[in-house]
Design a protein around this ligand. Structure first.
Ligand code: ADP
Length: 317
């Protein structure tokens, strides 16, 4: 029987090398003789939990509010619609919005009999988020880095992801410690999708993300231009609210693929707020098609780059 997960916030915050990952022992082959310290355990656990995942894809942006979580959720449902086993790891510690977008707000995760965290299931996807681990998700996150490290560890090394074709990781905005730690712990990342908006200032933002990926040896799948043009539902005119082309110009400028534009669509907000991923509930619209096209490119990129393991899809293509 699964029981309610109680997350204990670390008390010391970086207090030496004592391993506090007690749940690691349950899946460790050498628990009698194990000499690993805290750092060693955390790395071992993450690689153990992720060893049955074919492709790990980061979704990132240099700024908050550009639609990173929206893109993550909709790419995930597009891939799930194609029959793949998909997981979302919401690593956005300061603004964990994925649960709201899949109708799982306020949920708490449970632990299995073997001590791992069972991811939340929604729309044929496995989901784990920082907000599931918080006692009160309205609390602002002001922890020191050591605490954040613990939570990142829990999401990667504590969750029983099991067999997945794709794990999409929604990184926090920017190129700070959380992103560095996440990439470092995952080790081998299949690729990154960089989300930006159409204004010219997006050039500056995307450049930082591209440089960060290059410095971190993360392959870049490409740049997505989100909130790109609005077809007014009233006057039916096409309006370039945030101008146009910033994402494409950034991609050209930095020599990385441009994956496409997603329109600014009021229905995306309505569906996201209702916890119903847009691309799943409106599969035949122009906006949904944009998500599906980008998801196809992500899939093609990952397949080309190759995976170390094979996971059967939920149903044959
Ligand atoms: P981030 O993860 O970058 O902080 P979110 O994905 O949370 O951004 O999106 C911020 C807000 O913008 C949300 O209210 C979301 O519904 C809205 N949004 C995102 N993409 C679109 C879009 N293409 N059209 C309309 N609204 C969007």
């Amino acid at each position: 029987m699964a029981k309610e997960l109680k997350v204990v916030q670390p008390s010391g915050g970086g207090n030496g090398d004592i391993c506090t990952y007690l749940w690691a022992c349950a899946i460790c082959d050498e628990n009698e003789t194990c000499q690993k310290d805290k750092e060693g355990h955390s790395r071992w656990l993450v690689s153990k939990r992720l060893e049955r995942i074919e492709y790990t894809v980061l979704v990132m942006s240099n700024k908050g509010g550009v639609g990173k979580s929206t893109v993550t959720t909709n790419l995930a449902v597009s891939l799930a619609l194609k029959g793949w086993h998909v997981g979302i790891c919401d690593m956005d510690i300061h603004g964990p919005n994925i649960p709201k977008m899949v109708g799982a707000e306020g949920q708490k995760l449970k632990v299995s009999t073997s001590g791992g965290i069972i991811p939340y299931q929604a729309y044929n996807m496995k989901i784990a988020s920082m907000s599931f681990l918080l006692q009160n998700s309205d609390d602002p996150i002001i922890w020191r880095d050591a605490y954040k490290y613990e939570f990142i560890n829990q999401l990667l090394g504590g969750v029983e992801w099991q067999d997945l074709n794709f794990l999409l990781v929604d990184l926090p905005p920017g190129t700070g410690n959380e992103s560095v730690t996440t990439i470092d712990l995952i080790g081998k990342v299949s690729g990154a999708v960089i989300v930006t908006t159409p204004q010219e200032v997006a050039l500056l933002d995307s450049r930082k993300s591209v440089t960060f990926c290059r410095d971190s040896q993360v392959p870049i799948i490409g740049i997505v231009e989100n909130m790109s043009g609005l077809d007014c539902p009233h006057c039916h005119k096409h309006i370039e609210v945030f101008r146009k082309g910033g994402g494409e110009a950034s991609a050209r400028d930095m020599g990385v693929p441009f994956l496409g534009r997603i329109p600014l669509d009021p229905d995306v907000v309505i569906q996201s707020d209702a916890g119903e991923p847009y691309a799943l509930f409106n599969s035949d619209t122009v906006t949904a098609q944009a998500f599906h096209d980008i998801a196809n490119q992500v899939e093609t990129f990952c397949k080309k780059s190759g995976s170390l393991i094979k996971v059967a899809p939920r149903h044959q293509h």
